[in-house]
Design a protein around this ligand. Structure first.
Ligand SMILES: [Ca+2]
Ligand SMILES: [Ca+2]
Length: 93
């Protein structure tokens, strides 16, 4: 997978995750559970990094991971909870 930053956007990354969910027949809840490696009910930066790597094969820079968290983190606790993930992945429907 190319490592180029060119044209990278949070929205494009979310679109790829939505597409992957459809292809794999997974719900947002399934994806959340897969990403939340320590099952504490939130996804932190490293969990998002490895989750995206596992699901999409994309290795994102820490800056891009941070961009995604900032974009999704409605309650500003620097972590993504299930509701935040669900609303960000379904808002384009
Ligand atoms: Ca976690
Ligand atoms: Ca949050």
């Amino acid at each position: 997978m190319a490592m180029s930053d060119e044209g990278w956007t949070v929205e494009a990354a979310l679109a790829k995750l939505r597409e992957a969910l459809g292809e794999k027949g997974m719900s947002v809840g399934d994806m959340f559970a897969a990403f939340d490696a320590d099952s504490d009910g939130t996804i932190n930066g490293p969990e998002l990094h490895f989750g995206i790597k596992d699901m999409l094969g994309d290795v994102l820079s820490p800056a891009h991971i941070s961009d995604i968290i900032v974009a999704l983190d409605a309650n500003e606790d620097n972590r993504i909870d299930l509701e935040e993930l669900r609303s960000s992945l379904s808002e384009e429907e």
